[in-house]
Ligand binder design. Structure first.
Ligand SMILES: [Zn+2]
Length: 306
């Protein structure tokens, strides 16, 4: 990692407020997107920013973190493998690499000249408020699939309730292992737009805890692979959202059944997220039903008038 990359990364980690992060990154996107991509304009509102691009793949990351205090001192540590370098918050508090690492990756890709569709959200950690707003107000984008950059670890592709076999195979071909997960923003986009989505590992570990760390090498590896995927865009079909047969993840509750959890309260945290996403999902389904009924009513009204 170059020193200017390191500066960019630590600057992103130290932005305390999610709205400020969203605004700053949006300004950068406007610079790159608005001039170059004629008919489109970056759409920014308090809850999300959407930059339509000319590569029909959408990248997603969220601006909020679970940091309960400003990130002041970032330092190096050794990753779990005992060899790789990671960075962490030296004040024994969360680092916020979840998901500023995803934001960093997007900025790096844009700086390298890639113009995929980009969606930046807020409030992911408290039930996906930004994602719900985006799913409701953005018309189905003309894209082949969605990649979120917001997963712990080095090579997961979290699929949640999306079960498109060909899409999974494609991701395996790039070294990612499809896994299930509790919840993230794409849980709203994939079913709403009928487009397959996966959440890729970006190299952070122990997120939401004082031991959160970001393994630089693993984050850089994800950047490299996403570049390859974007380069290869012409060779992919459109991958449809195919819901799992089994109960969606947000209806499940998780129970402690081992001793490998990183910190006390980990299960509470996971259950809280599952609960929040369940509530949010119910809310969206209700709204969708209402919207559909309204459309039907007005349709029927028109017919009875004619
Ligand atoms: Zn996250």
């Amino acid at each position: 990692m170059t020193s200017s990359d390191y500066n960019l990364l630590t600057t992103l980690l130290q932005i305390e407020d999610q709205n400020r992060c969203l605004r700053l990154v949006t300004e950068v996107l406007c610079e790159f997107y608005d001039d170059e991509i004629g008919d489109f304009r970056v759409r920014h509102n308090p809850k999300f920013t959407y930059a339509p691009g000319d590569i029909p793949i959408m990248l997603v990351a969220h601006c909020d973190t679970v940091c309960y205090q400003p990130v002041m001192r970032i330092g190096a540590c050794t990753a779990n493998d005992g060899v790789s370098t990671a960075i962490t918050n030296m004040d024994q508090a969360p680092l916020g690499a979840d998901d500023r690492a995803g934001i960093f990756i997007i900025l790096k890709l844009v700086a390298a000249g890639y113009r995929p569709h980009i969606l930046l959200t807020t409030d992911e950690e408290i039930g996906g408020g930004g994602a719900i707003a985006a799913a409701e107000s953005i018309a189905t984008p003309d894209i082949k699939f969605i990649l979120e950059l917001d997963r712990m670890g080095s090579n997961d592709a979290a699929m949640y309730d999306c079960d498109n076999k060909e899409f999974k195979e494609m991701l395996r071909g790039y070294g990612f292992t499809p896994v299930s997960g509790t919840f993230s923003d794409i849980c709203f986009f994939a079913p709403e737009w009928d487009i397959a989505a996966a959440n890729l590992s970006v190299g952070y570990y122990h997120e939401h805890t004082p031991w959160e760390m970001l393994v630089i090498k693993e984050m850089e590896n994800t950047i490299k692979i996403v570049m390859q995927i974007l380069d290869n865009v012409d060779n992919f079909p459109y991958y449809k959202f195919e819901p799992c047969e089994y109960k969606p993840s947000y209806y499940q509750h998780y129970f402690y059944d081992g001793d490998d959890w990183d910190y006390q309260g980990a299960m509470d945290d996971i259950n809280f997220r599952a609960e929040m996403s369940y509530i949010a999902h119910k809310e969206m389904t209700k709204k969708k039903k209402k919207k559909k009924k309204k459309q039907e009513d007005s349709h029927n009204g028109k017919r009875s008038n004619s």
